[in-house]
Design a protein around this ligand. Structure first.
Ligand SMILES: [Cu+2]
Length: 181
C-alpha cells in the first residue's frame, strides 16, 4: 500500500513537472496554466493522426516569434499537402498573430510588403494575391488552423519558402520548402 501511494505521488510530481516545462512563463498564473495544459493535451491527441501522415506537417509557433519547423520537405508522391499551424503562446493575434504563407522565394518580399498594406482583417495577405501558393488564417495564442494545397502548384525547378506575414515577423519566421522524391 505504501509503495502504491508512493507511485501515485511520483506520477503527480511527473505530471506537474511536465506542465511546468510546457508553460515556463506562466508562473504568474498557476491555476489557469493547469487548465491550459490539459486543453493542449486534448488538441495534441486530436491532431496526432495528421502528424503521422507523411503528406502533412505540424508547425508550432509561439509568443517569441518562432516556428519550430525550419524546413519542410514534401514528397513528390503527395497529391496534396496539409500544414497545420498551432500557436502555443498566449498573446492575441492583434499583437502576436501568426500565419503560414507560401510563395516563391523571389516573390516573398513583395508578398510580405503587400500583406502589411492589406491589414489584419485580410490576415496580412493581399486578397487574391496570385503569388501566394497557399496560406493559413492568421491566429493568436492558443489557436490552431490548417491549410491543404495541391502539391502540383509547386514547380520542382523553383525555390519556395513559407513565412509569417504579420508585420515584422517574416525575417525570423520563415523556412524553405523543397520537393523530394
Ligand atoms: Cu508571426
Amino acid at each position: 500500500m505504501k509503495t502504491y501511494l508512493g507511485l501515485i505521488a511520483a506520477a503527480a510530481l511527473t505530471l506537474s513537472a511536465c506542465s511546468g516545462e510546457n508553460k515556463p512563463a506562466e508562473n504568474t498564473a498557476a491555476p489557469s496554466s493547469t487548465v491550459a495544459a490539459s486543453e493542449s493535451v486534448t488538441v495534441v491527441e486530436a491532431s496526432a493522426p495528421v502528424v503521422a501522415d507523411e503528406c502533412s506537417t505540424l508547425i508550432n509557433s509561439n509568443d517569441a516569434m518562432q516556428f519550430d519547423v525550419k524546413e519542410i520537405s514534401i514528397k513528390s508522391s503527395c497529391k496534396q499537402y496539409t500544414i497545420t499551424l498551432k500557436h502555443t503562446g498566449t498573446i492575441a493575434k492583434q499583437a502576436m498573430g501568426h500565419n503560414v504563407v507560401i510563395s516563391k522565394v523571389s516573390d516573398k518580399d513583395a508578398v510580405v510588403k503587400d500583406g502589411i498594406d492589406a491589414n489584419i482583417e485580410a490576415d496580412y495577405v493581399k486578397p487574391n494575391d496570385e503569388r501566394v501558393v497557399a496560406q493559413t488564417k492568421l491566429i493568436g495564442g492558443g489557436e490552431e488552423t490548417s491549410v491543404t494545397f495541391d502539391v502540383a502548384k509547386l514547380a520542382k525547378s523553383e525555390a519556395y519558402e513559407y513565412f509569417c506575414t504579420f508585420p515584422g515577423h517574416a525575417a525570423l519566421m520563415s523556412g524553405k520548402i523543397t520537393i523530394v522524391e
